[in-house]
Design a protein. Structure first.
Lengths: 195, 195
């Protein structure tokens, strides 16, 4: 069975490869692709639109980066990336990533936090929501059918190593229109969940 | 589509969860399952059968352990485990894991080495073989259709955090009969690849 399966896909056979992850700093050496989201990419996501505008006018800083290794976006492969979310606030709201479902919504993702402090917000289309603490060494399992957004509540970058099925895809549209029911804001110097 | 997909699987919807990985020591806190392979489980795998017998008679020490979190073994989920391979030799051959193809051979696996020194041996049914160095922070991508075996060439446990599609399965039988074309032996105090 192995022979037959391999024979049928012989042209696509990939050679093994590796990548170095700095486990102290959370940096990926030589990513194939870097996705950069500046503040201006986050229009409409935060409650305080004026505060976001001010941030954009003040230089439009990088909000988060995703460092990826590319593989075929096909069943059986695994995509891996390092997500780096910078610290900061828009008004009283901590910086977060856009968040997304997977296009093939029944696919999971593992997030291993390497650095920083924050929360993984998760929700289902049926209205369930969860907020999982993230800190160095914590691995969060985002099960199939859960949208997910990282929130940085600390003072340094929140960095995670993520692995997910390469055929999962990204569905940003549903979160762009629905948002998340929970927002994480600073109140009296502490991060609080606000619904 | 998300709603429909989730609705159809509502009974199986998993709640998010997390697990702590000690990134310095390589330990998983509270695994759901621990697979333990003692020397006696490795009969037939090493070249020097008499040396293995002596090791078994001398107390049959643990050869390697796999610490797992369990999820449904179904498409979309991801299995994660910590593999801990102890240091040692059987004759002049460094300790290794049995090695396996995935039953669904077209599924990949990521190995993030957290501790130790060694090699990931990989082979295809068509006769390709590769040996990838493993050390802390190195992530090895085992592509679809490659059997894989860890070899510990160092003096401390070789520990990796592994993620793979939960529907992959393990095919040990083919390696049990074929073996690997490469063996890693100590020669004049160094690890050398021997074919």
């Amino acid at each position: 069975m192995t022979l037959a399966a391999e024979g049928g896909l012989a042209r696509e056979l990939m050679m093994p490869w590796g990548v170095d992850i700095d486990l102290a700093e959370g940096a990926m050496a030589q990513p194939d692709r870097v996705l950069t989201r500046r503040a201006s990419a986050m229009a409409g996501y935060y409650r305080d639109a004026a505060a976001l505008d001010a941030l954009i006018r003040a230089g439009d800083p990088v909000h988060y980066e995703v460092f990826e290794k590319t593989v075929p976006e096909a069943y059986g492969h695994l995509l891996l990336c390092v997500s780096k979310l910078y610290p900061g606030k828009v008004g009283d709201e901590y910086f977060f990533t856009k968040g997304h479902y997977h296009t093939v919504s029944g696919t999971a993702e593992t997030y291993l936090c390497l650095r920083g402090q924050g929360l993984m917000l998760m929700k289902t289309a049926s209205g369930l929501c969860e907020a999982a603490p993230m800190c160095r060494g914590r691995l969060v399992y985002v099960p199939p059918h859960w949208a997910h957004r990282s929130v940085n509540t600390g003072g340094e970058p929140l960095i995670s190593l993520c692995v997910y099925p390469a055929d999962a895809g990204h569905n940003y549209g549903d979160i762009e229109s629905e948002g998340f029911p929970q927002r994480i804001v600073e109140s009296q110097g502490k991060a609080v969940i606000c619904t």
